[in-house]
Design a protein around this ligand. Structure first.
Ligand SMILES: [Zn+2]
Length: 304
């Protein structure tokens, strides 16, 4: 069934550059980011309310300063911010630039998914993945927590949606051997399931084991369990190899930013950075560039 064993197949790779649409998709490609803006607007509600344990449905959007309900025509993603010039219509309090920024980032993420997977099912799976990551990044940045109500359903969503994900994320040596041993008649059918279950187990362990060792050695907590659960979610969506790359890229990003803050902003080495924020950045790099990077590594480095 697997002719090239575990090597990534070129047909499974995402289309790079990100502007490569097949013909006929252009109208959809222009329309789809608008869904991203709307999704981003909902993410803003989640980011604000979930850490405060408020309902994400009721009451409707209101100004956090004066409490006035926001009228539908003032609640258009991105554009309302522009025509209200960043101020509440009633009390003129400044609206955080974070709101339009989150909406814009989500729209860009949706656009990139549509370009990379050309409106095949992975486009929608990864749009959801990006939305979850954006919510976690902002909540961790604001409150230094990664809520279970996002990470744990995220793990489940990743596993349940795995048949619709790009299968190259799960075509790794371990998953392939596992399904070949368990279901020799039709291993391909079980690959997404095996990959998306190994993903959270290994993705979570990559962080859990070092965190446990750190606690044993230093007798204090270095990493939160929220980070471990976030990595389980990443593994469920994009497999254990991309989870590993996420941690690698996230640590690198965190170190660079940390050193910058120490050198130029007078922060101490002990000051706490929200690791989940950097893991989110790492996950985005892994999602779009991880497989090509891995294939480059296998082709260029291992076949020297
Ligand atoms: Zn107001």
């Amino acid at each position: 069934m697997f002719h090239s064993s575990f090597l990534i197949q070129s047909k499974d790779l995402v289309n790079l550059p990100l502007l490569a649409y097949s013909t006929g998709m252009l109208p959809l490609a222009l329309f789809y980011p608008l869904f991203g803006l709307a999704a981003g607007s909902f993410l803003n509600v989640c980011i604000h309310r979930i850490p405060r344990k408020e309902s994400i449905v009721l009451p409707g959007s209101h100004c956090p300063n004066c409490g006035t309900g926001i009228r539908p025509y003032d609640n258009v993603p991105l554009f309302s911010y522009l025509w209200l010039r960043g101020k509440c219509r009633s009390c003129k309090a400044a609206i955080s630039a974070r709101y339009p920024l989150v909406e814009l980032m989500t729209a860009l993420g949706f656009y990139a998914c549509a370009a990379a997977w050309d409106f095949s099912p992975p486009t929608f799976v990864n749009s959801l993945f990006i939305s979850i990551v954006i919510a976690l990044v902002c909540i961790d940045y604001d409150h230094q927590i990664l809520p279970d109500v996002i990470t744990l359903p995220g793990v489940l969503a990743g596993i349940l949606l795995s048949p619709f994900q790009s299968q190259s994320f799960f075509r790794d040596a371990l998953s392939v051997r596992l399904v070949s041993a368990l279901i020799p008649a039709n291993p391909e059918s079980a690959l997404p399931c095996a990959g998306s279950i190994l993903g959270p187990l290994l993705g979570g362990s990559f962080l859990y084991v070092p965190a446990l060792l750190y606690e044993v050695v230093r007798k204090k907590q270095g990493l939160g369990m929220g980070d471990v659960k976030m990595m389980a979610m990443v593994g469920a969506f994009i497999g254990w190899r991309m989870a590993f790359l996420t941690i690698f890229a996230g640590s690198l990003l965190g170190s660079v930013v940390g050193i910058f803050l120490v050198l130029f902003r007078g922060r101490s080495f002990q000051s706490k950075l929200a690791f989940g924020t950097f893991l989110g950045g790492g996950a985005m790099l892994a999602l779009f560039f991880g497989l090509p990077a891995l294939r480059w590594y296998i082709d260029v480095q291992l076949t020297k």
